[in-house]
Design a protein around this ligand. Structure first.
Ligand code: PMP
Length: 383
């Protein structure tokens, strides 16, 4: 009975071309979130290893933060991270998923309203499912709509707490909201702005401090999430905000209270990466050149800097076939399928890195054009 149920669900996924299989990375990396190459940098990884050995750091934290998992290095790194992002305080979680669960489940409460961009990350949405607050999506990057929704709400419920949730670089689109305008709208209607900076940290801003800080908006955000598993090449995440917010989360955020703290050895990688990224100007500039090169190759109308570039190829079967074609040619490119993105919005997510070369980018674009120019891709389309 139980096995049959699992088999039926998987069979449905196969029929919808939405079955997922684990596949190790192979070929030229156009897929990982290791934007600056820190996770693959042998010398840097050896430095982390040596640092862990020199400081005799453990790979186990032995308990949650509120029990045996609190140790001084964790507080030190939190202060370091907070200063780096110009926030009063930081609270570290063992992943971005956990930080986002905490953010959305612990802060907005019954009677509050959460307005969120329709494309926010699954971890934020999952957090909302744990919250008793009302929530409502607004159209992607549509700040005019946020303005109208806030105006209406404020007229009807002047004292309601309202949270507005966005990403500063969208994980599946690579684009950005107009954060300055959004912050002004939130301020006007006394809404609290929450920003997930997972894909901006390390990459955006002159020192890799993310978009919020580089735009001078740190004080306009009620809370931010920064993650360590992407450009920082490590693991974990932090919620940034006031010291009051930090104390509040320590007391209420279930993903912090009921989970083992990030161990000291893992934190060493975070700490050393934070020391490294401010000086990685050359890598950031190279990334910008690559993004421009890709957009020129693709004749993209709208040009903006992002390490995440998107090629829409509607239909799970088609986008999978295209990715397989590129993979066979030696490029590690992954398809993003429905239901991760809305039906008809299936896409290749091309991730650029500081270690990719212009000739690799041009070769990938050429291969993609070859595939696009071949007739009859839709035969086996199974949307
Ligand atoms: N936020 C965004 C926007 C993400 O893309 C991701 C990971 N894909 C997360 C949060 C979760 O971070 P982590 O991988 O550290 O759990």
């Amino acid at each position: 009975m139980y096995a049959a149920y699992l088999e039926r669900i998987l069979a449905e996924k196969i029929a919808r071309q939405a079955y997922r299989a684990l596949r190790p990375s192979e070929g030229i990396d156009f897929c990982s979130n290791d934007y600056l190459g820190l996770a693959r940098d042998r010398v840097f990884q050896q430095r982390i290893g040596a640092w862990i050995a020199a400081h005799q750091l453990s790979h186990g934290s032995t308990g949650s933060r509120l029990l045996s998992g609190a140790y001084p290095f964790l507080d030190e790194v939190e202060q370091y991270v907070a200063r780096f992002h110009q926030a009063p305080a930081a609270l570290i979680f063992s992943s971005g998923y956990m930080a986002n669960l905490a953010l959305m489940s612990a802060i907005p409460a019954r009677g509050d309203l959460v307005l969120y961009d329709q494309f926010i990350h699954a971890s934020l949405r999952d957090g909302l499912r744990m919250s008793f607050a009302h929530h409502r999506a607004f159209a992607h990057n549509d700040i005019q709509q946020v303005d109208e929704l806030l105006k209406k709400r404020r007229e009807r419920y002047p004292g309601q707490r309202i949270f507005v949730v966005v990403e500063s670089v969208y994980s599946m689109d690579g684009d950005q909201p107009d954060l300055a305008r959004l912050a002004a709208v939130c301020e006007q209607y006394e809404a609290a702005l929450l920003v997930d900076e997972a894909h901006a940290v390390g990459v955006m801003g002159p020192r890799g401090e993310g978009l919020v800080t580089s735009l001078g908006l740190s004080e306009k955000c009620f809370a931010r999430v920064v993650t360590f598993g992407k450009a920082l090449g490590a693991h974990g995440a932090a919620i940034l905000g006031s010291e009051l917010l930090r104390q509040y989360c320590i007391n209420t955020a279930r993903p912090l209270i009921y989970s083992t703290a990030l161990p000291p050895a893992a934190l060493a990688a975070v700490y050393l990466a934070y020391q490294q990224i401010p000086d990685m100007h050359m890598q950031r500039e190279h990334l910008q050149r690559l993004a421009l090169c890709w957009q020129q190759q693709m004749k993209t109308r709208e040009q903006f800097f992002s390490p995440i570039q998107v090629v829409r190829i509607p239909g799970n079967a088609r986008v999978k076939a295209c990715a397989q074609y590129l993979q066979a040619a030696g490029f590690d490119v992954r398809p993003i399928l429905h239901p991760t993105v809305p039906r008809g919005e299936e896409r290749l997510r091309i991730v650029l890195h500081s270690f990719n070369t212009e000739s690799e980018v041009i070769a990938l674009a050429q291969k993609l054009r070859e595939w696009q120019e071949e007739p009859l891709h839709d035969e086996d389309d199974n949307r």
